[in-house]
Each structure stands twice: as C-alpha cells, then as structure tokens.
Design a protein around this ligand. Structure first.
Ligand SMILES: [Zn+2]
Length: 114
C-alpha cells in the first residue's frame, strides 16, 4: 500500500519536529492532499490509524484537506478548477493543459502538547 510508506515518511518528519521543538505528544496532524496526488484519503486515514500506535501521535487525529485540481490551458491561458476528468478547457475544449494544483501532499500544521 502506497499510503503506508507515505505515512511512514510522515512519521519520520514528526519525529524530527519533536526533537527540534521538544513537545511530547501530537494531538492532530493536518495534511493537504491533492486529488491527483495518487493518494486515496480513506487509505491514508487507515494507514495513519495503524501506524500511530505506540508513537508520539498515538492519540492524534489526522485531518485531511482535499485540494481540487486546478489547471491552466496551454492554448488560451484559461485557469480553472477541474470538475471532471479528463481535464479539458471549458473555453476552447482543448486538453493540452498544465496542472497547477492538486498533485501535492503537504503537511500543513501540527497540534502538539507538552
Ligand atoms: Zn483553452
């Protein structure tokens, strides 16, 4: 499962943050997850629940903010949010588009204690 390795690297980041900032416990982790990041939000939640046991985040909640796909038409420059796939410009009906947002998986914030 792809999500499990993502969560594993997330926990490496969390451990590093803990050493840097000296907190004891994580209460909440907020992630931004693009619709095109290849991540299934439910799987990410499940992976998090499995992984967090016996860690600094054992009681933490995972908050996922799902980001829609935003793209720009290479032909007419129109920028829009995808409603459906495939990505097609609503202005000129072409599919040569550049994806601006929606592929990221980013740690936005941590709520910590101690
Ligand atoms: Zn266009």
């Amino acid at each position: 499962m792809h999500e499990l390795s993502l969560i594993a690297s997330l926990f490496e980041i969390l451990e590093t943050q803990k050493e840097k900032e000296g907190f004891k416990k994580i209460i909440a982790v907020q992630l931004r997850c693009g619709l095109l990041s290849g991540v299934v939000p439910e799987c990410l939640q499940t992976a998090f629940e499995i992984y967090k046991k016996d860690t600094l985040a054992s009681e933490a909640r995972l908050i996922l903010e799902v980001v829609p796909v935003k793209f720009k038409c290479r032909f007419c420059g129109q920028i829009e949010t995808a409603q459906d796939f495939p990505l097609i410009c609503s202005q000129c009906q072409r599919s040569e588009v550049e994806i601006l947002e929606g592929t990221e998986l980013t740690l936005i914030s941590l709520e910590v204690e101690g």
